[in-house]
Design a protein around this ligand. Structure first.
Ligand code: SF4
Ligand code: ZN
Length: 714
């Protein structure tokens, strides 16, 4: 029998030796100057960079990293500390093994269902669901369960709780065998078959420390403290657990991630209180893990025949798998929330007007209206749009159901599998009822749902009720400006990851995540008066042009615990609002044209700044002010307050085409009102025009872009 020290040290040595072999092979085949990168990250070789502050970009540098910094972590004095540093050295060796796979492949070495490396954009995308606890934790499952049934059961259990699942080794094939979907969109990611692929999830945790926590590269203690306090991950390792896995486990424990295994003491496994836990009964892995990492699951029991979980929010239903589709672009397809009097609503009533799903032809497009009438003593018609926007997430969380769009342009697909499991109209009603009542219990006392599928009734409802309701709402929204409301709101939801970040949410500037509008913040405040959205009065204005208020400064000072002194709402140059990391878009100054480039998270390509989204995004974040760079929501682009202090949205010189198309209508409208310019978006460059700064300037000149008449930015 070996001691725990011996197991960790020998596992570390083994992983290190594999890394040396992988580097030597790459050196022989590619040479020392060959590029070595995972691609799509601004953090070099992320785990190594996080722990040492040193960058690695070539095979030769990877070799030096192994021989110097990684080796230095492998101290062997048999103190407890050495177990942990050896664990970290094991993870760093694993990361270099993976890096060599990417170098040898000249791109990704993986193919479906294995994903490997997460992009920075993916890490950022996880920000909002992690802070809202839609994703309450991250599971790392290593090895194969005794049977595929048991393995899949554990995966599904985590998925039903919203836990983000990552898989290493045999469990991947068990999922494939049982037809469990894999991929980032279903939050069930196959990292790789080799143990070294576990480095990809460690990389997510450490990049969270960079992106959201603003922890500096090389701050070893800062890194593990951040992950320990804020990243709710844990490991499940199936027996038999070899030395290398034990060594990786030691690294996990250093980061604050407990390890649960069914391996036994007879088989040389150890127990370490709260960190290394032997659980012989694998059906209890789930409960044991959640308890060990102190993860509490909020469950809304919903009586439907398929699973309901945020894991299915990004699931795609393809045409061939589709039983029936509601398509608001071709037919009537709408959703509506109406605030009513208490006497007008019968709680939990469901009404279906028209045929149910089993009466439609397979693969057909049908008409569909989904209406929730809500009532409550504290109800306010301003909340209608807040609740209605949640339908998208609610309906998407049903396994086998896909929802896109909003208002009267929704599209919903129901898969054959969901239909065969028994999903019918009443289950949509059940989901809306249960979720609205549980999420908004402070204001919704009664809720009833009506679904219409009869084509004539749908058409009638759309014209007589829904469209007038949307129009009325738009009028109200249009009348909401920063000038004519009495208060703004803070949002500090992201502080669980970005401890000093504060968003100030105004009618004309939504939160940078894109998920919190002024109305959302108002609703959040009324639902939970001591919660993340606090009222910011605006009685004392200091400078209207730049958007400086005494009360805003007081609020950011207070809620950033003194980290911030002063924030302006309309400037990117002077005391700009901070970013956490989960912004939808990043905007940065383009010096040649004196304008700004905006990129959305979905855009993977290059920009005229010579930086990708990830690289631009890494310039700001962690609640720190960085003049010249600003994270923001998509809807902010068309706002008349966008960079108002610097001349407004006329500064925008480049956006990816897809983003431009998304915002064109509103941006053109605002530009017309601000500058009297028609079709402003046609003057803005995109990747189909050029990605080069000089060529962009020529294009702007040719088009007579308004930025050319503006003052220099710097
Ligand atoms: Fe985070 Fe700001 Fe969005 Fe609130 S509004 S969730 S603080 S990004
Ligand atoms: Zn955030």
């Amino acid at each position: 029998m070996k001691t725990l020290f011996e197991r960790v040290f020998s596992g570390n040595d083994e992983m290190y030796a594999k890394a040396v072999a992988a580097v030597d092979e790459a050196m022989a085949k590619l040479g020392p100057n060959a590029p070595a990168t995972f691609g799509d990250t601004a953090y070099s070789l992320p785990c190594f960079y996080a722990m040492t502050g040193k960058k690695v970009a070539t095979v030769g540098e990877a070799k030096a990293a192994l021989e110097n910094e990684v080796k230095a972590f492998m101290t062997r004095n048999s103190r407890t500390k050495d177990i942990f540093t050896s664990g970290v050295a094991t993870a760093l060796s694993a990361e270099i093994i993976e890096l060599m796979k990417y170098a040898m492949a000249g791109g990704t070495p993986y193919a479906d269902p294995v994903m490997g490396h997460f992009t920075d954009a993916q890490v950022r995308e996880l920000g909002v669901p992690l802070v809202t606890r839609d994703i309450p934790g991250v599971a790392v499952i290593i090895g194969a369960a005794p049977t595929a049934e048991e393995g899949v059961e554990l995966v599904k259990e985590y998925q039903s709780q919203g836990i983000f699942v990552t898989l290493v080794g045999g469990i991947i094939d068990q999922c494939v065998e049982k037809g469990v979907k894999l991929g980032f969109n279903v939050r069930n990611v196959a990292l790789g078959y080799d143990l070294s692929s576990v480095a990809h999830v460690v990389s997510v945790a450490l990049r969270a420390a960079f992106i959201f926590g603003s922890v500096q590269a090389g701050d070893y203690e800062g890194m593990w403290r951040y992950t320990m306090d804020r990243v709710f991950a844990f490991v499940n390792a199936y027996a038999p657990v070899d030395d290398m896995t034990v060594a990786c486990g030691a690294g996990a424990i250093q980061l604050g991630f407990p390890v649960v295994t069914n391996d036994t003491e007879e088989n040389n496994m150890f127990r370490v209180p709260k960190s290394l836990i032997i659980q012989p009964d694998i059906s209890k892995f789930n409960a044991t893990s959640l308890e060990a990492r102190d993860i509490k699951i909020k469950i809304t029991k919903i009586d439907i025949p398929v699973a309901f979980s945020s894991a299915f929010e990004g699931e795609i239903v393809r045409r061939g798998d589709m039983q029936v589709e509601f398509d608001g672009s071709r037919k009537t397809g709408l959703e509506l929330v109406r605030a009513k009097e208490l006497s007008e609503v019968e709680d939990h009533r469901f009404t279906l007007i028209g045929p149910d799903f089993d009466q439609f032809e397979v693969g057909s497009k049908v008409d569909f209206c989904m209406i929730a009438d809500v009532a409550g003593k504290n109800m306010n018609s301003d909340f209608e749009s807040v609740f209605e926007r949640k339908f998208h997430a609610y309906i998407n969380c049903m396994e086998g159901v896909m929802h896109t769009g909003q208002r009267d342009v929704i599209r919903v697909r129901i898969s054959k599998a969901a239909f065969e499991a028994g999903v019918r109209a009443k289950h949509f009603a059940e989901v809306l009822y249960a979720k609205l009542k549980s999420d908004y219990d402070a204001v919704i006392d009664k809720c009833e749902v009506t679904i219409i599928t009869d084509p004539a009734e749908c058409e009638k409802f759309r014209h007589e009720v829904a469209i007038p309701a949307y129009d009325k709402r738009d009028e109200r929204l249009g009348s909401l400006t920063d000038e004519n409301v009495d208060q703004f709101y803070t949002c500090i939801m992201c502080q669980s990851f970005s401890p000093s970040h504060v968003c100030i949410v105004t009618p004309e500037r939504l939160g940078l995540c894109g998920a919190v509008s002024w109305l959302d913040a108002k609703a959040t405040n009324e639902l939970d008066p001591s919660g993340p959205c606090q009222i910011v009065p605006k009685d004392h204005i200091i400078d209207e042009n730049i958007g400086r208020w005494e009360e805003v400064n007081d609020a950011v000072k207070k809620y950033s615990q003194g980290a911030l002194e002063s924030v302006t709402l309309y400037s990117i140059m002077e005391d700009p609002m901070t970013s956490c990391g989960c912004f939808e878009c990043i905007c940065g100054i383009e010096p040649f044209s004196n304008g700004v480039v905006i990129v959305n998270r979905e855009h993977a390509g290059m920009t005229p700044l010579g930086m990708t989204f990830s690289e631009m995004a890494s310039m700001t974040g962690g609640g720190v002010q960085t003049p010249g760079f600003m994270g923001h929501g998509k809807h902010f682009i068309a706002s008349k307050k966008f960079m108002k202090a610097e001349g407004g949205l006329g500064r925008i010189v480049w956006m990816p085409k897809a983003l431009k198309d998304q915002v064109a209508e509103k941006v053109n409208q605002s530009a017309k009102e601000l500058y009297g310019v028609e079709n402003f978006c046609d003057m803005i460059g995109d990747e189909t025009i050029t990605e080069d700064a000089e060529a962009l300037l020529n294009y702007l000149t040719e088009k007579g872009h308004p930025v050319l008449g503006m003052d220099p930015l710097m």
